[in-house]
Design a protein around this ligand. Structure first.
Ligand code: BTN
Length: 255
């Protein structure tokens, strides 16, 4: 797999020497964190054919069967405070959106915050994690992206079959997993170069791809409480700005 990914990257890509591939791993994010703690450089990319413990947001798991998905994490080392990286998940979602479009022409949607979707079906997700220095600056950031690429319906567990889809399923064509991995690397590298200086542009793109805006939404909190409202916009920090039936407006950062 490694060689076919490298063959699809532009020659001399700065991250080309830092691509690590695994046949099977628990989670590329977990391994990336171990490597980051041990000093791995920015631009170290981990790609697995299969994950046994793929992780999603809010403690959920991410189904990661072999031979059909792209499961990728990258270690970044932006020089800033954690408070300057509130838009990181949105920036990564825009990079993933671009990689999907460049790979198979599909212009998918982004469901706030971190899901790539097509209609009501989830195509993939993003999990970002930060490690901080004692002074509050960022030691490392890990961006993990999982995309359902070549799955057939029966490759998903029954409970996911009505909620998930793959790029092949929605385009009706075979999709080159190595090309998608290479395009993700290229898009994430571009994102990294403008992560702090290009925030406004990234957030503009995020809003234009975000299918949640303008919709009536249900916000489910971690304790199970549900609130209904209308999604107005996403603020510069990536929080969803919601108007509730009593007219109050609140920026919600998770849920
Ligand atoms: C979500 O759906 O909430 C986010 C899913 C993120 C999955 C990717 S796959 C590569 C990386 N390794 C993980 O364990 N998780 C991320």
């Amino acid at each position: 797999m490694k060689q076919s990914i490298l063959n699809r990257l532009p020659p001399e890509h700065p991250w080309g020497q830092r691509v690590l591939t695994f046949d099977c791993i628990d989670s590329t994010n977990t391994r990336a964190r171990e490597l980051a703690k041990n000093g791995a450089p920015s631009g170290t990319v981990l790609i697995a054919d299969r994950q046994t413990g793929g992780r999603g947001r809010l403690g959920r798991s991410f189904h990661s069967p072999g031979g059909v998905g792209v499961y990728l994490s990258v270690i970044l080392r932006p020089r800033c405070r954690a408070t300057e990286l509130m838009h990181l998940t949105c920036a990564a979602a825009v990079a993933a959106w671009e990689a999907v479009e460049n790979t198979c022409g599909l212009r998918c949607g982004i469901k706030w915050t971190n899901d790539l979707v097509y209609g009501t079906k989830k195509l993939g997700g993003i999990l970002t994690e930060l490690g901080l220095c004692p002074d509050g600056t960022v030691d490392y950031a890990i961006i993990g992206i999982g995309i359902n690429c070549c799955h057939r319906r029966e490759d998903f567990p029954e409970e996911l079959q009505d909620m998930a889809a793959s790029l092949s399923m929605v385009t009706g064509r075979e999709v080159d997993r190595s090309l998608l991995a290479a395009n993700l690397i290229t898009a994430l590298h571009t994102m990294d170069r403008t992560l702090l200086s290009g925030r406004e542009e990234m957030m503009g793109l995020y809003r234009s791809h975000c299918i949640t805006l303008g919709r009536e939404i249900s916000l489910v909190r971690a304790d199970g409480a549900v609130r209904h409202g209308r999604a107005l916009t996403v603020d510069p920090e990536g929080a969803l700005v919601v108007q509730f039936p009593d007219g109050t407006v609140e920026a919600v950062s998770s849920g």
